[in-house]
Design a protein around this ligand. Structure first.
Ligand code: SF4
Ligand code: SF4
Length: 391
């Protein structure tokens, strides 16, 4: 449905509550960006974390942390890394600290768009062709854009500008591999993250190139430029949860998100309240499972533990310093809070679709009880042992 009102109008439907204390987020305060400049975040473990992605740190012994586990994880990041590094000498770590540069000029002649609704359908079809698993479209909303981005040569703040005329954001969801997510925490599991980022990079660049060839502006983006979670909520891709992830009825929390900013005339989707918030109100599995207790147990609150929290928004907020500290200790990313979530299921199975209906109904406590024995970790060595030969 066309949403012709202001971007703020659908805040409540998207579960977003901002207050007078709201401030757009400065990218330099993102915990990963802080790891490049903030001595309170930088440790020997942080150095080893980044070095492990270049195989400079010696892989640890132990199931899921051997050389081939790190090798698969690092290989899965390769396409994203190539894209990210290509303009780093100009201060742009694209996809993370800067939007992705365009490789395609905007065609001088525009195709006619008589129906934004039909064009939205076309973009959703094209997004599937380029391997996005979910696609929603929403209006540009400057509140979610970084107040400034950083130049990675000296970590100074620089303007976070987009081209003139951008009106819409195409938000894409990318499924993370279920069998690998089941092995978190492990360097092996990080291959699910890296593969999704590499897929994202290709997908957003190709869709943006398609739109630019139609004669309209399109800027491909991953974690750079703007917070993607509010955009995913506004685009109707899912609902925000205690584990700080967007939970979708298609893939639960097992998703990464990317986006494309565009001037192409498009119809906008509306948010999709599902009942996840009510479920999280009676569930604390993620908060209990977090090894460093970085997730909150209570109701959503305004602000958070440190400068990496978004100001003036009532929401569940993790302690990003504790969370990233654990990642550094592992020398890999952690998503235990994704693995243990009751919504982390294969919804192609009817039993899980039935469970979802119960979980999103007033019988949610029954669904939580039914889930009590799920969410255990699969052994990384079993993942390697269970690989069947490709036919
Ligand atoms: S990613 Fe790991 S450390 Fe961070 S909040 Fe989730 S469970 Fe805790
Ligand atoms: S584990 Fe429970 S509380 Fe945490 S996000 Fe999932 S459903 Fe919500």
């Amino acid at each position: 449905m066309q949403d012709t009102s202001t971007p703020h109008a659908s805040d409540a439907q998207a579960g977003i509550e901002t207050t007078d204390a709201f401030e757009p987020f400065a990218q330099k305060n993102d915990i990963f960006t802080r790891a490049f400049w903030d001595s309170s975040v930088q440790t020997k473990q942080t150095d080893a974390f980044f070095a492990s992605y270049r195989m400079e740190a010696i892989p640890r012994r132990g199931d899921g942390f051997g050389q081939r586990d790190f090798a698969l994880r690092n290989a899965s990041w390769l396409i994203s890394d190539i894209m990210t590094d290509r303009h780093a000498q100009d201060g742009r770590r694209e996809g993370f600290q800067a939007p992705i540069s365009s490789d395609t000029p905007v065609a001088p002649e525009k195709v006619n768009v008589d129906s934004p609704a039909e064009m939205s359908k076309e973009i959703k079809r094209i997004s599937k062709f380029f391997k996005a698993d979910l696609c929603g479209i929403t209006a540009i909303d400057p509140r979610w854009h970084y107040s400034a981005r950083v130049d990675v040569r000296d970590m100074s703040e620089v303007p976070n500008d987009l081209p003139e005329g951008i009106t819409s954001v195409i938000v894409l969801g990318h499924e993370m591999d279920a069998d690998l997510v089941a092995t978190y925490p492990a360097a092996l599991a990080g291959a699910a993250t890296g593969r999704a980022y590499s897929q994202e990079a290709a997908t957003v660049m190709q869709i943006a190139a398609y739109i630019r060839n139609l004669g309209y502006e399109a800027v491909p983006s991953m974690n750079d430029t703007a917070l993607v979670i509010p955009y995913a909520l506004k685009a109707g891709l899912g609902e925000y949860a205690r584990n700080q992830l967007v939970i979708s009825p298609e893939y639960g929390p097992r998703l990464r998100f990317s986006k494309i900013f565009t001037s192409l005339p498009l119809e906008h989707d509306t948010p999709r309240p599902l009942g996840v918030r009510a479920f999280c109100d009676i569930c604390t599995k993620c908060a209990e499972a977090c090894p460093v207790k970085a997730l909150p147990f209570g109701a959503p609150e305004i602000g958070g533990a440190n400068i990496s929290a978004l100001k003036g928004v009532r929401k569940w907020t993790s302690d990003a310093e504790k969370c990233f500290g654990f990642w550094a200790k592992l020398a890999s990313d952690c998503a235990i809070c994704m693995r243990v979530c009751p919504f982390n299921r294969d919804f192609s199975k009817w039993q899980n679709r039935l469970w979802l209906r119960i979980a999103l109904s007033p019988l949610r406590a029954v669904a939580l009880w039914l889930d009590r024995k799920r969410g255990g970790r699969k052994k990384p060595n079993d993942w390697w042992a269970n690989q069947s030969s490709p036919r």
